[in-house]
Design a protein around this ligand. Structure first.
Ligand SMILES: [Zn+2]
Ligand SMILES: [Zn+2]
Length: 242
């Protein structure tokens, strides 16, 4: 706690310090808030990918689904995840969501756009981008929706509109963090509702979220979209838990 206060004070006096290692950042034009060493230690997701969720498969044959997808088939058609959810990205995402360090969006944008280009992902194939909504209570507490910020940063890449009011969180779900894999899926059932089904009917939709763990949250959004007549439903997340 004390170290947090000291670090917060240092940040106020010397804003050009790396948010991870506290080293001074030489380049004042560096908007990321990260030193070069920490920036380059973010692990970008690499093949072989699970064909369904893009989780790195290690030495498994590439045509096989990962263990998570084998256990619970998701409703989305496929998911892309730019980075592996490990340090320093875990801490960065925590700072972004819970300490309002919104400037970190520049780092996340570079990671996602770099991933899109590295693997020539066709995100122009979608008609709409939809960020996973937060429940209004959580949105008030946090002050912003991290998925919406990520989606906004991808507008120039996707060349399709961002629709944040089509889908709503019907109920506030307990945090997924402490739940087992099976509980995560039941926890999300019925969590979302499509407010304007005609807006997604026959449309291909890209769902944007910050983190893919089991895929239960984005799968539930995809299920509602498909029930409303959406065609292709893809997912793009900043990170995936491997
Ligand atoms: Zn650093
Ligand atoms: Zn998978």
């Amino acid at each position: 706690m004390l170290s947090e206060i000291i670090k917060g004070t240092i940040d106020l006096i010397y804003p050009w310090h790396c948010v991870i290692c506290s080293r001074s950042i030489q380049n004042a034009n560096n908007l990321s808030g990260l030193c070069a060493a920490c920036y380059h230690s973010i692990r970008i997701n690499k093949p072989p990918f699970c064909p369904k969720c893009s989780r790195h498969l290690g030495k498994r044959p590439t045509h096989r689904l990962c263990n998570v997808c084998q256990k619970q088939p998701a409703h989305y058609d496929f998911a892309w995840a730019a980075c592996v959810y490990e340090e320093p990205l875990k801490t960065l995402l925590h700072h972004f969501k819970y300490h309002r360090k919104k400037h970190l969006q520049h780092v996340f944008q570079e990671c996602i756009v770099g991933f899109i280009h590295a693997f020539s992902l066709d995100i122009s194939q979608f008609d709409l981008m939809i960020p996973v909504p937060l429940h209004p209570t959580k949105l008030r507490e946090r002050g912003f929706n991290q998925s919406e910020i990520l989606a906004k940063s991808l507008l120039s890449q996707a060349q399709c509109p961002l629709q944040k009011n089509i889908i709503a969180r019907r109920r506030s779900t307990p945090s997924q963090t402490l739940l087992s894999q099976k509980e995560r899926w039941t926890n999300m059932q019925g969590a979302f509702t499509i407010k304007t089904p005609q807006a997604v009917k026959n449309k291909s939709v890209l769902i944007i979220d910050d983190l893919l763990t089991t895929g239960a949250t984005v799968s539930e959004v995809a299920r509602e979209l498909k029930r409303s007549g959406s065609g292709l439903v893809g997912v793009l997340t900043l990170a995936i838990k491997c």
